[in-house]
Design a protein around this ligand. Structure first.
Ligand code: MRU
Length: 367
């Protein structure tokens, strides 16, 4: 997508053919910074410390990490070690494991001398595929927005609520939940987006609001607790969120707080959609609520808040007593029964084993 008129993806390989540049999201919306990463340790830090985040993007970053290691040392032991090292960075988004498996399965049968080049090729393909998957998600999701728009008075916007950032910054480009929104805007459909701030890290306030502002999408930032009230007052036509891992039964794991939005949507008859590319489906887990590992992050993310002060300095401030302990589960699971539909690259389906198996018969059979 464009930043000040220039097209950017979130990650790309430099002219040297092996180091990568990535948008360092920690500084947005205040500063747009690009970092160069040259080592596997650098990729691991970028994922752990959330310079890059969002399920599809961390998968792509990890794929480039594997390629970097193969350039230094293409032996089998190095391949296994880099898989472990990068897999340990974040536990919840399944795209990370998916990308690491893709890389290892491709590279293992190759002679070591061919591994580095093949790894960079496959990492670039995974990045390009992500863009295509998101475009397709966008087209399918657009049909839903069109349908809602047809029931509106001329000029009246379709009001969409979203949580966290499942935008282009969470992917290589376009985003998952935002792809239908961007296409609707391109088509001239009036939309308005309620952006949940998404405590504790404020991905909504920092990233989604920045994306919406940058692309001229009318939007309003709301506190996480406002969604239920707005739904009761009929101010939300649909919810679209992304996901870090969706089970074959349609349970949806996403940023903490998504479940509460789904409950409020269900109670108020507001359609609740989840946008996801197929690498986000975990075909192995049976019960999402019990089995998906939920990342527990630092207490500091809850007790300290980042912002820019009136003198223009980006800094953290403490919002709780120094001695108060904080808990920080980063994700929750929304049971399939609360999900109106899954928007995938192959179309929209109900959140159920049957629905997903119909769209992805080849995966469902082997799971
Ligand atoms: O902790 P984050 O910022 O990586 O969490 C991101 C999300 O929860 C997104 O909604 C999810 O990864 C989907 S991204 C297309």
């Amino acid at each position: 997508m464009k930043v000040e008129g220039k097209h950017f993806r979130t990650i790309w390989v430099n002219e040297d053919g092996w180091s990568v540049d990535l948008i360092d999201q920690r500084w947005l919306p205040h500063e747009f910074r690009v970092e160069t990463v040259r080592t596997v340790a650098g990729i691991a830090t970028a994922i752990c410390d959330m310079w890059v985040r969002g399920a599809p993007l961390i998968g792509v970053a990890a794929a480039y990490g594997v390629a970097m290691r193969m350039r230094e040392d293409p032996c089998d032991a190095a391949l296994d070690a880099v898989w472990e090292e990068l897999h340990a960075t974040r536990p919840t988004a399944i795209n990370l494991r998916w990308a690491l498996d893709e890389m290892r399965n491709l590279l293992r049968p190759l002679p070591p001398g061919e591994r580095a080049a093949a790894a960079y090729r496959r990492a670039a393909e995974i990045a390009d595929e992500d863009v295509e998957l998101n475009r397709s998600i966008g087209r399918h999701g657009l049909n839903i927005i069109r349908r809602i728009a047809r029931g509106k008075k001329p000029g009246e916007p379709v009001n969409i609520l979203t949580h966290c950032n499942a935008g282009w910054l969470a992917t290589v480009d376009y985003g998952t939940a935002t792809a239908p929104i961007y296409l609707a805007v391109e088509e001239g459909i009036p939309v308005h987006v309620y952006v949940d701030e998404t405590r504790p890290r404020n991905q909504g306030a920092h990233l989604t609001a920045w994306e919406m502002a940058g692309h001229g999408v009318p939007h309003t930032l709301i506190v996480d607790n406002a969604g239920g009230h707005l739904m009761q007052r009929g101010k939300v036509d649909m919810v679209i969120v992304g996901t870090d891992r969706t089970t074959a039964q349609g349970d949806v794991c996403n940023k903490i707080g998504t479940y509460l939005k789904a409950l409020a949507a269900h109670d108020n008859g507001v359609p609740f959609y989840v946008a996801l590319p197929s690498p986000t489906i975990d075909w192995t887990v049976r019960d999402g609520v019990k089995e998906i590992p939920i990342e527990e992050r630092s207490e500091d993310e809850v007790s300290l808040v980042w912002g820019r002060d009136t003198e223009g300095r980006i800094r953290q401030v403490r919002i709780a007593p120094q001695t108060t302990p904080a808990g920080n589960p980063a994700f929750d699971v929304t049971p399939a029964r609360l999900v109106t539909g899954l928007i995938t690259e192959r179309g929209v389906t109900e959140a159920s084993a049957e629905g997903l198996a119909k769209l992805f018969p080849e995966r469902a059979r082997t799971a």
